[in-house]
Design a protein around this ligand. Structure first.
Ligand SMILES: O=C(CO)COP(=O)(O)O
Length: 140
C-alpha cells in the first residue's frame, strides 16, 4: 500500500511517536511524506520515506496528485487546527480529493490509530481492487 505521512509543525513530535510505535506495521508499505515530516521520520526510525516538497512549497499538492491518480491508499495527516497555515488552500484541496477518490484519511491521532490497526488487520485490501473500479478521466 502507498501511505502518506504528513504533520504540521506542532504535530511533528506526535507523528514521530506514531511512526516509532507502528514502525513494524509501516515498514511493509511504501511511505511518502511532505519534506520536513518525511525527514523527521527517517531521522527517528529505520523507515524509508519518499519525500516530496515541504507542505508550504507544494508538498500537499504533490501528494494530492497521487490521490487524483488513485495511487495513494491511506493518508495520516496530523493537522494543526489551532494555527493558520499559509497554504491552507492546498490542505483543503488534498482533503477534498481524498473524499472524491474515497481514500481513507486520518487528521488526528485517535483516527490515525484506528486506521493503522485496520491496516495491520488487512482491512484496506479492497484498495488493491481499486484499479478495476477506478473512474477514467471525466467519469466522475
Ligand atoms: O505543511 C505541511 C502539510 O500541510 C507539512 O509540511 P512539512 O512536512 O514539510 O513540514
Amino acid at each position: 500500500m502507498n501511505i502518506a505521512l504528513i504533520a504540521h509543525d506542532r504535530k511533528k513530535e506526535e507523528m514521530i511517536v506514531f511512526a516509532i510505535a507502528y514502525e513494524q506495521v509501516l515498514q511493509d508499505h511504501q511511505l511518502f511524506g511532505t519534506g520536513t515530516t518525511g525527514l523527521r521520520i527517517m531521522e527517528n526510525t529505520q523507515l524509508k520515506v519518499h519525500r516530496f516538497m515541504s507542505g508550504p512549497l507544494g508538498g500537499d499538492q504533490q501528494i494530492g496528485a497521487m490521490v487524483a491518480n488513485n495511487e495513494m491508499d491511506l493518508i495520516i495527516f496530523l493537522r494543526d487546527p489551532l494555527m493558520a497555515q499559509p497554504h491552507e488552500p492546498d490542505i483543503t484541496a488534498l482533503l477534498r480529493l481524498c473524499d472524491v477518490m474515497g481514500v481513507p484519511v486520518a487528521t488526528n491521532m485517535a483516527t490515525a490509530e484506528i486506521l493503522i490497526k485496520a491496516l495491520e488487520r488487512g482491512d484496506f485490501k479492497w484498495r488493491e481492487l481499486n484499479d478495476k473500479y477506478k473512474p477514467g478521466p471525466g467519469e466522475l
